[in-house]
Design a protein around this ligand. Structure first.
Ligand code: HEC
Length: 290
């Protein structure tokens, strides 16, 4: 196995390991920061929903709630307003999702699925949790889903969510007496569940990986070409010539011209020493012949 081959194998393995490690680490870091960005957009969606809720509660409900006893207007309900505003938002950003899920919801559309139930249960078990999140994979791709607890903090909520008798009759007519009642003050009855696509995070991590691999490959190619050129010129070619001369001299052929490598490096001083050895040998041989 030649010197060049050994050198190139070591160089190749080092570059391969270096590229793999750098790509792996950067993939991890980029994905982490992209996930943080997704978290930020989820927080924005939530802040917007809270703003819609508070606008409905403070500005719309007082205007229309007096009519609720005769004709119940779901538009006066904060959850309804948040959900309706989001459905308009979703037309522009279909990949995002917002749901106010409750274990015992007034509107059956707010029933949680299996995963949402698990998130709500987790928030109910640990009341100090401000949020809980998970990554969901389905046929549409990977999604980051974050659940924020919906806890009954205002006694006013219980007017419509404690017993059907306490609720506006028109509301009970519309939604029925079986769902969305029995909620307690301080109870976490459900969660605001928001999910956002991970595609941006995945794509960005992939792009960074490809850029890194391409960058490392160019650097590797340059290092490969330059060091091979240097290796040939500085080490291999002079060593090969010295070994040719040494071969002939060892067979008693002193007619080959001396080889002296120019410069002051180790190979040059080796060529000088070798010439000296060769001359001494030639002299000794002559003395024996005489
Ligand atoms: C005027 C009656 C009324 C009041 C007061 C009220 N809600 Fe509701 N709530 C409803 C109705 C009706 C729905 C179903 C809306 C729909 O069709 O989406 C609902 C839905 C919800 C939902 C979505 C889950 C579900 O049950 O479908 C949550 C969460 C919720 N309300 C929480 C609250 C909280 C918290 C308060 C107090 C700040 C409150 N509600 C006050 C009537 C009310």
């Amino acid at each position: 196995m030649g010197l060049r081959f050994k050198y190139n194998i070591v160089l190749f393995l080092t570059c391969l390991l270096g590229t793999a490690a750098a790509t792996g680490i950067s993939y991890f870091i980029v994905q982490k920061s992209a996930i943080e960005e997704i978290h930020r957009s989820i927080n924005l969606i939530r802040a917007n929903a809270i703003a819609v809720r508070s606008y409905t509660l403070n500005s719309i409900t007082p205007l229309l709630s007096s009519d609720n006893d005769i004709l119940f207007l779901p538009e006066t309900v904060t959850a309804y307003a948040a959900h309706s505003v989001f459905s308009t938002f979703k037309k522009t950003f279909p990949q995002f999702n917002y749901k106010e899920a409750a274990l015992n919801p007034t509107n059956p559309a707010d029933l949680p699925d299996e995963l949402e139930t698990a998130l709500i249960e987790k928030l109910r078990e640990d009341q100090s949790l401000g949020q809980t999140s998970t990554i969901v994979e389905n046929d549409k791709g990977r999604f980051l889903t974050v659940a924020f607890p919906l806890t009954i903090k205002q006694p006013g909520c219980l007017r419509c969510h404690s017993t059907p008798d306490a609720a506006p009759p028109a509301m009970v007519d519309l939604y029925g007496p079986d769902n969305g009642f029995g909620w307690k003050l301080g109870e976490t009855i459900g969660a605001q569940i928001i999910s956002a696509p991970m595609a941006i995070a995945d794509r960005r991590a992939q792009e960074t990986g490809i850029i890194l691999i391409a960058g490392f490959s160019i650097v590797f190619l340059l290092v490969f070409i330059m060091t091979n050129l240097m290796l040939g010129r500085i080490v291999l070619r002079p060593v090969r010539r010295m070994s040719d001369v040494a071969e002939k001299v060892s067979m008693g052929d002193f007619s080959v011209p001396e080889y002296r490598k120019a410069g002051k490096d180790e190979i040059s001083s080796l060529s000088v020493s070798f010439n000296r050895v060769r001359r001494s040998l030639e002299r000794a041989m002559k003395m024996i012949d005489d």
